[in-house]
Design a binder for this molecule. Structure first.
Ligand SMILES: NC(=O)c1ccc[n+]([C@@H]2O[C@H](COP(=O)([O-])OP(=O)(O)OC[C@H]3O[C@@H](n4cnc5c(N)ncnc54)[C@H](OP(=O)(O)O)[C@@H]3O)[C@@H](O)[C@H]2O)c1
Length: 171
């Protein structure tokens, strides 16, 4: 089973502002949909709140410490292990071999040590924000760009989408 992180990051590391995305990038939303469709997605409760609804065609798993959290169309998890167990079971049931971590920052931090793959959108702008992607050891990651978008009426900034796999080295 491949555990993937899917994220869009500005060149200065920002991923969010005021509980939402700090940009409008229709091209990245399409890329996100293509990458995650049919796969279980794991997200933090704050990211779930910002999306505001379960994303269709995917098993939505929300990580929270709140014992009483419940929302229609989502499965609740209370720990990394809990979320991974639910995600792997949903992937197996759906006959897919990938589980996607879709943020936010707290959840990327919790899962980054376990991730094998990174779908990384680099947003080519310096953005002010209050949430940043955790620092990774980029020597461990290899891959290439898959597509790019230019700024236009539906995209605030240029962006490049990469798919990177973690190189497992024997230490
Ligand atoms: N650019 C991107 O690709 C991208 C992607 C996703 C999100 N975002 C942005 O990121 C921001 C949200 O990120 P965030 O870091 O503030 O929040 P988050 O990671 O989405 O969610 C944080 C919540 O996860 C739960 N949680 C954290 N650690 C836990 C643990 N060990 N066990 C159980 N539950 C745990 C807690 O929920 P409870 O408080 O309910 O206990 C916590 O408040 C927003 O601005 C959003 O738009 C950007």
């Amino acid at each position: 089973m491949t555990l993937s992180m899917v994220v869009a990051v500005s060149v200065n590391g920002v991923i969010g502002r005021d509980g939402d995305l700090p940009w409008r990038l229709s091209g990245d939303l399409k890329w996100f949909k293509r990458v995650t469709m049919g796969k279980p997605i794991i997200m933090g409760r704050k990211t779930y709140d910002s999306i505001g609804r379960p994303l269709p065609g995917r098993t939505n798993i929300v990580v929270t410490r709140a014992a009483d959290f419940a929302a229609e169309g989502v499965i609740t998890a209370h720990s990394v292990m809990d979320a991974m167990r639910i995600g792997e079971a949903a992937a197996a049931a759906g006959k897919v071999d990938e589980v996607c971590i879709i943020g936010g920052a707290e959840i990327y931090r919790l899962f980054s040590a376990h991730a094998d793959r990174l779908y990384l959108t680099i947003v080519h702008a310096h953005i002010e924000g209050d949430v940043s992607f955790p620092t990774l050891d980029w020597r461990e990651w290899r891959g290439q760009s898959q597509m790019s978008i230019s700024p236009d009426a539906k995209n605030d900034y240029a962006a490049t989408m990469l798919m990177l796999d973690r190189i497992h080295t024997d230490k």
